[in-house]
Design a protein around this ligand. Structure first.
Ligand SMILES: [Zn+2]
Ligand SMILES: [Zn+2]
Length: 351
């Protein structure tokens, strides 16, 4: 994903200048080609990736650049060849889409596409040019009544739908989620919406535990209760059919092995720091036929489905937004996330 920008005095952007440095600057508004549209960003979510990049840098995001990839807004301009959209249309836009032709796409693994196309800028700004491929496969009209903030939640929710699919849950199954951050809480909502019997969430942060309980999960602080005992009690001794690890620690993946039922799935949904090592019990994989899987990203199909699930009120992704701040306060929003004082932070552009 490119993240170019040019200096100028046409719009504001939060520029990532390197670890723990962000400035608000005036830059040039992107110009669009005949097959592109220009979207005025109305809401953009602060994601774990933005937070990690801000803290320690990221090989995909060379400073100076604009972060942010979860966004929704209004079509401001359309190129002369564009017929599907008009100025004023409210849209959610996926930051990247698959090519549809490579080996991975042919095999249906769109999220692993070798040749993705994406938007050229991050979303912590006012206007973004949307290329043809993303207009065709990654742009969704916001249904009437859906807010821009909800639209911006389509991307993280799509990632969660990808992760939940990989958990291979059947109706009535129990899912254990380790970590009640934004992705853990969205995963809980998605699993309940698709008919999980019980969703149990383990978490230390009390506010996050309260939120987990509020959305219908069984919230457990493992310092106060023995998580394995809770699982046994809640499942009649069967343990969890799937464990979704929504934190970025190798220890959590190791711990997950004692909570998964035979034939179940451990999903490494949270990325681990580079060079992490995880110790796996081979007996669990062989004799108990437990699958260790990972999930990353989303497909354009899951993105569309995420918007529909919110439109149909099966998932209320907005309830995990705890802070809505103007774009100018992007750095503050990121720091609130770093300190775990916020769940989801939404940056908005008024006017
Ligand atoms: Zn994201
Ligand atoms: Zn492809």
């Amino acid at each position: 994903m490119g993240i170019r920008f040019e200096r100028g005095f046409e719009m504001k952007a939060a520029i990532y200048q390197g670890p723990k440095q962000m400035t608000i600057e005036e830059i040039k508004r992107p110009s669009i080609g005949p097959d592109q549209i220009l979207v005025q960003v109305k809401a953009s979510g602060v994601c774990g990736t933005d937070v990690k990049t801000y803290i320690r840098g990221h090989r995909f995001f060379e400073p100076p650049c604009i972060l942010g990839h979860e966004f929704a807004g209004v079509v401001a301009e359309v190129g002369s060849e564009v017929t599907d959209y008009s100025p004023g249309d409210r849209v959610a836009v996926a930051p990247y889409v698959p090519c549809g032709f490579c080996h991975m796409c042919q095999a249906g693994h769109f999220e692993l596409c070798y040749d993705k196309s994406g938007v050229e800028s991050g979303a912590f700004t006012e206007y973004i040019a949307i290329p043809k491929e993303v207009i065709e496969r990654g742009t969704v009209r916001l249904p009437t009544g859906m807010s821009f903030s909800a639209g911006a939640m389509a991307e993280p929710l799509a990632c969660v739908l990808n992760g939940i699919e990989d958990c291979r849950l059947e109706l009535g199954d129990t899912l254990l989620i380790m970590g009640a951050g934004p992705m853990g809480l969205l995963s809980a909502q998605a699993a309940l919406a698709q008919g999980a019997g019980k969703v149990i969430i383990s978490e230390f942060n009390q506010e996050r535990l309260a939120k987990a309980a509020e959305i219908g999960a069984i919230a457990v602080d493992p310092r106060k209760e023995d998580l394995k005992e809770v699982l046994k009690r809640e499942t009649g001794g069967k343990l969890a059919q799937a464990v979704m690890v929504c934190v970025g620690f190798a220890e959590a993946v190791e711990e997950a092995q004692q909570y998964v039922a035979p034939g179940g799935v451990i999903n490494m949904f949270g990325g681990l720091p580079k060079d992490s090592k995880v110790t796996i019990d081979p007996g669990l994989i062989h004799y108990q036929q437990v699958s260790l899987v990972g999930s990353f990203g989303f497909t354009h199909i899951q993105y569309r489905r995420a918007v529909e699930l919110m439109a149909n009120k099966r998932i209320d992704a907005e309830r995990i937004i705890t802070h809505t701040l103007p774009l100018e306060e992007a750095e503050k929003g990121i720091n609130l996330s770093v300190e775990q004082k916020a769940l989801k932070v939404m940056l908005v552009n008024e006017g």
